[in-house]
Design a protein around this ligand. Structure first.
Ligand SMILES: [Zn+2]
Length: 248
């Protein structure tokens, strides 16, 4: 596709500054421990959230990036609750992909009740494709780049994951990264208005989801991913003899 080497192995792209941590923070920690170069691209500053301010949220995102061991974290500021797939948003994502040159993308699943999440999913898929077209946004001067693959992280309760990453060894640190976004979550001392995300129940739901995905592979905690395209597998024996659910 291009002679430029990749800068990043994985770029996780999501709408709001805590989405990646909640969804695949454990996987990013596991991959960082294996030496992969990882980045997060937040598409909005989270200014539409019930609690916190853009300044507070930016500081929290920086703190979480350090906990996750990221190489880079950037924010395109495309407008919380106003995130659309249009020419401007697509060009912004393409320029980020061409600068950061990730081999693999993680992003949000398209069937999600929050429109920003659903639009992120479509935006990333479209941008990843047109980023590989030499004449798209050529005047800006960045060489084309197309990531090799996209895995969607799963919030959905209706989709069976394509694969699950066992994050049991990284679960505690994942939660440190989540709690770095302190303005968003349950805090008995806070005087800000309550939101669904700031209830104790929300974090219990998040933990239950990780436990559920972990249980599907016979582990303690897991994170689920969905892949649209067929996977090219060299060794089905190695793939199918990994520890997995013994009750299927
Ligand atoms: Zn979100």
């Amino acid at each position: 596709m291009t002679s430029e080497p990749p800068q990043l192995d994985i770029l996780a792209i999501a709408a709001h500054p805590d989405d990646v941590e909640l969804s695949v923070g454990g996987t990013l920690l596991k991959l960082a421990a294996q030496g992969y170069k990882i980045g997060i691209l937040d598409l909005t500053c989270g200014e539409g959230g019930t609690r916190g301010t853009p300044e507070i949220r930016a500081a929290e995102a920086t703190a979480a990036a350090e906990i996750l061991g990221l190489t880079v974290r950037e924010n395109l500021d495309l407008g919380d609750s106003h995130l659309w797939v249009n020419e401007d948003s697509r060009v912004q994502v393409v320029r980020a992909l061409r600068r950061l040159r990730p081999r693999v993308l993680f992003t949000q699943y398209w069937d999600d009740p929050h429109p920003d999440h659903a639009h992120t999913s479509q935006l990333v898929r479209e941008a990843a494709h047109v980023s590989g077209l030499a004449k798209y946004d050529a005047d800006f001067g960045l060489p084309r780049w197309r990531p090799s693959g996209i895995a969607y992280f799963l919030f959905s309760r209706t989709v069976a994951p394509t694969f699950i990453v066992d994050i049991s060894s990284h679960f505690d640190r994942k939660w440190q990264a989540i709690y770095a976004h302190a303005s968003q979550f349950h805090n008995p001392q806070s005087n800000e208005p309550q939101s669904r995300v700031s209830t104790p129940q929300f974090l219990r739901e998040m933990e239950a989801r990780d436990r559920y995905f972990g249980a599907l592979i016979g582990g303690e905690y897991g994170e689920g991913f969905f892949v649209r395209e067929a996977l090219n597998v060299d060794d089905p024996v190695a793939l199918l003899t990994r520890p997995m659910n013994l009750y299927s």
